[in-house]
Write a protein that binds this ligand. Structure first.
Ligand code: ME8
Length: 520
């Protein structure tokens, strides 16, 4: 049985349309899923939508729709976007699905049975945009406005069920300190630890049903209350795997994938994923996810994205970008432009610059030059490498370095390191062509063998580069590998294919068709 790999994205709210931020997390998850599938792991990749909560109720009322109608409409936008961006998710969970709703009730029942939930009275501030309770001191610090969207906080006063979160704080701190890889990047881990050490109150986990117009998951012990949307939403990572068992056809179907290898999230929802979710799992004696990775925030053209500023990168804008460059280039850009974990800015200029430097001048040029020279000097038949010397060693070492680093980089969600190793190999191979000057050797018949060695070396380096870039740019890399007339053998993993010397001399390659024409 192959080792499992379970990657998730946040489930996105349906009160707003999909945009670049959502696409970022989902593309990152897709790259991981594609990489680990190619590495021979048994992968589960989950995404979906978060459809309950006060903000969906309000957004639908503003549009004169029911929450269900709004969800059904917006979910289509997400599904289309994922299809357009070549997202290979194995499941798409909607929190309004019975498979999820019934299991959330089963989770609450377990917590009730363990006396982890009690009835109390809530009075305090609530950020309806974030669906988050805000303490008196934080509310005052932010002038009683949302830290995220600046809208006024709302005063809530109602009987509510509480989860005994405070009871788990010491265990959580202990766990986070003992498991340095649990929260990444490290700065986020430190942030959570210091906030936890300041003390945490019990968590209100129900809402009076009237407030939600009946939309939400009913508390199994009290029909007048609905489950707090974050408890409902976080549970999706387990309910989608058929846990807990409730006697339907989904029972335990995919439980082998738990614990998740990584929950990818944006930094805005770090606390929910690294405090509420693990505490709930601990309270049920369940294993915790291996890692929660919080990436940074995208602005657009130097400013926070907003529809009124005209810099909102919507699904339509993404479609335009993909039309001009290609889906693969968009995917590559998002993960190459900023270190995963840091904030980034999207701009058309940055995209064009990156495209021309990395793809047109770097990779595209290397592929074209290599295939052109094989076509011109050897009638498109790949020559053999005879003797490798010091110049070949530079390229072969860069390829070995990539092969050695790739899997670890992906385990760490370190797309930057992974792509740096690829860029280094592209640079080494382009540099190798400059130094060995095959176009000069081609004029000298006595240098045929040497010329063959050089072109074989370039071709194998290109093959390895295309192989390793496939999770990022699946379609364009497949087109490149087709030009090279090479494909993975049955059962061969991405790491097997990353080893040097797998092209067969005597094999015909195709005339190059530029994959990345330069943009002016
Ligand atoms: O928070 N830059 O849903 P949501 C980068 N339903 N990433 C961004 C972004 C930006 N400007 N804007 C959004 C929710 N994101 C909850 C999650 S999970 C159990 C429940 C991405 O629709 C990023 O991944 O507000 C962020 O965490 C997520 O969208 C928030 O999506």
């Amino acid at each position: 049985m192959s080792q499992t790999y379970y990657v998730t994205t946040p489930i996105y709210y349906v009160n707003d349309v999909p945009h670049i931020g959502h696409s970022y997390t989902t593309i990152a998850a897709d790259v991981l899923a594609r990489y680990f599938r190619a590495a021979g792991r048994d992968v589960r990749f989950l995404t979906g939508t978060d459809e309950h909560g006060i903000k969906i109720v309000k957004a639908s009322a503003e549009k004169g729709m029911t929450p269900k109608e709004l969800s059904d409409q917006v979910v289509v936008g997400f599904e289309y976007l994922w299809k357009d961006l070549n997202i290979s998710n194995d499941d798409f969970i909607r929190t309004s699905q019975p498979r999820h709703e019934k299991r959330v009730q089963a989770i609450i029942t377990r917590l009730l049975e363990r006396d982890e939930i009690y009835l109390g009275q809530y009075e305090g501030w609530y950020d309806e945009g974030q669906e988050e309770f805000i303490t008196e001191s934080t509310a005052a610090e932010n002038e009683f406005k949302s830290e995220v969207n600046g809208k006024p906080l709302v005063r809530y006063q109602e009987p509510t069920y509480y989860f005994r979160l405070s009871k788990w704080v010491d265990k959580l701190i202990e766990y986070i300190e003992a498991n340095p890889g649990f929260i990444k990047p490290q700065a986020r881990r430190n942030e959570v630890l210091s906030k936890l050490k300041m003390g945490v109150e019990d968590l209100s986990i129900s809402r009076h049903k009237d407030k939600l117009g009946g939309w939400g998951i009913e508390m199994p012990n009290d029909p007048t209350h609905s489950v707090y949307v974050w408890i409902d939403a976080l549970s999706n990572y387990r309910t989608a795997l058929g846990w807990p068992e409730i006697g339907d056809e989904h029972d335990a179907t995919d439980e082998k994938y738990w614990p998740a290898d990584v929950h990818l999230i944006g930094k805005d929802i770090l606390w929910f994923h690294t405090v509420y979710w693990p505490a709930i799992l601990m309270a049920m004696d369940q294993p915790l996810p291996k890692c929660v990775f919080a990436h940074g925030w995208w602005t657009s053209e130097g400013k926070k994205m907003s529809k009124s500023l005209g810099n909102f990168v919507s699904r339509e804008t993404i479609a335009e970008i993909c039309g001009e460059y290609s889906v693969d280039v968009y995917r590559y850009f998002l993960l190459r432009a900023v270190t995963f974990g840091a904030d980034g800015d999207f701009s058309h200029d940055a995209l064009k610059g990156r495209y021309n430097t990395d793809l047109a001048n770097g990779l595209g040029n290397l592929l074209n030059r290599t295939l052109n020279m094989i076509t011109r000097y050897f009638d498109g038949v790949l020559p053999a490498a005879c003797e490798n010397g010091e110049h070949e060693k530079v390229v072969i070492d860069a390829a070995a370095d990539l092969e050695a680093a790739a899997c670890g980089a992906m385990e760490d969600c370190d797309f930057g390191l992974y792509l740096d190793k690829i860029t280094a190999l592209i640079g080494a191979t382009n540099g190798y062509i400059e130094v060995t000057a095959p176009f000069k050797l081609a004029k000298d018949e006595s240098q045929r063998e040497r010329l063959g060695t050089i072109l074989y070396t370039c071709a194998d380096a290109v093959r390895i580069i295309l192989n390793y870039l496939s999770p990022f740019m699946p379609e364009m890399m497949a087109a490149g590998l087709k030009q090279m007339n090479w494909s993975l053998a049955d059962g061969q993993t991405i790491s097997d294919a990353g080893k040097w010397g797998q092209l067969t001399p005597g094999q015909q390659v195709m005339q190059p068709e530029p994959l990345f024409p330069r943009k002016s």
